[in-house]
Ligand binder design. Structure first.
Ligand code: FAD
Length: 281
């Protein structure tokens, strides 16, 4: 963990672009509440394909015009250099300085991978076409990406993204701090020394969390799963237990040198704000 201790901690919030008028209004309220907590930046996710991409652009440009510091996510699967270039030009014109560069997942119904196969190729392309204009974040997987051939192959692929020019990383969420510390030690032994900020998912709905975790390969430890299962539909107990578990994990991460926290807010201010205030950030 030594390499991580030299960085000033960065606290940030992730939002997703809403699809409906109601969602847009909710997000405006949410970000007004969250900005009072003084995060370093907000990131906005990117849907792979179709109109959701437009929603990212709209949300990012609206937030940027309101004075928020925004880091758009951009994913390359199924896309072309021309399309990626056009989006990045818009961000450059708007004064965006930070991106989260991803491969993304192939949407159902889309058959071809496009001009980029992996996020490392996207990072290399952004550096080639835009130089150092953007600070580039990439994704990291302390419990390893579900499609990786092996843990070692995934680490080597993570290193490819850093070698291609990424400045820092945000992890997939996890509930097992040891996985993060072990991942960082492995990175250090491979000469990777960029900040790797833990991604934090507050616990809201059990069924939703199980669905997400099964898809993205994040493990819900058995003792947490069993406790949550036992609460049934009692959301107050789920939230109270989730707040304890997640806050304790964040405390440990920060105490042992994590270079900040990135909250997957799911466009809700409440749980993230409560963890934030318990941590005294
Ligand atoms: P990559 O780094 O390209 O890795 C994907 C897989 O390919 C891994 O298994 C890796 O080991 C393997 N691989 C990489 N390079 C090679 C190579 N050269 N040869 C062989 N195998 C290789 N998804 C979205 O659609 N929109 C978002 O906004 C979004 N935001 C995210 C934010 C964060 C912080 C995280 C952690 C994930 C996010 N995702 C998002 C999900 C992400 O797109 C998926 O996890 C996706 O499956 C992988 O994207 P990646 O950028 O990590 O891919």
């Amino acid at each position: 963990m030594e390499s991580q201790k030299k960085f000033t901690p960065t606290f940030s919030f992730e939002l997703f672009p809403p699809q409906s008028e109601q969602g847009i209004e909710n997000l405006r309220l949410t970000r007004k509440k969250l900005v009072r907590l003084n995060p370093k930046y907000f990131s906005v996710t990117f849907g792979a394909g179709g109109s959701t991409r437009e929603h990212t652009l709209e949300t990012v440009l609206e937030m940027q015009s309101e004075g928020y510091v925004v880091a758009p996510h951009i994913s390359c699967i199924g896309s072309t250099k021309q399309k990626i270039h056009a989006i990045l030009e818009k961000y450059q014109e708007a004064g965006i300085q930070q991106l989260v560069a991803l491969r993304g997942d192939m949407p159902s119904g889309m058959a071809r991978a496009g001009e980029f196969r992996y996020a490392s190729e996207l990072v290399a392309y952004i550096r080639e076409a835009f130089g150092q204009i953007f600070h580039i974040e990439v994704a990291a997987y302390p419990e390893y990406h579900p499609q990786a051939r092996s843990a070692q192959a995934d680490l080597e692929n993570f290193k490819r993204k850093i070698d291609a020019g990424a400045d820092s990383a945000i992890t997939q969420y996890f509930y097992n701090a040891d996985a993060y510390f072990h991942f960082i030690d492995s990175c250090e032994s491979m000469g990777i020394s960029v900040p790797v900020v833990p991604g934090i998912m507050p616990i809201n709905k059990f069924s939703q969390l199980v669905r997400f975790s099964d898809t993205c390969g994040a493990e819900i430890p058995r003792w947490i799963r069993k406790k949550l299962e036992g609460f049934g539909d009692d959301s107050a107990s789920i939230h109270a237990f989730g707040l304890d578990v997640v806050t304790e994990m964040c405390e440990r991460l920060l105490k042992e040198g994590a270079p900040g926290l990135h909250f997957y807010t799911m466009n809700r201010a409440n749980l993230t704000s409560r963890i934030w205030s318990r941590l005294g950030i």
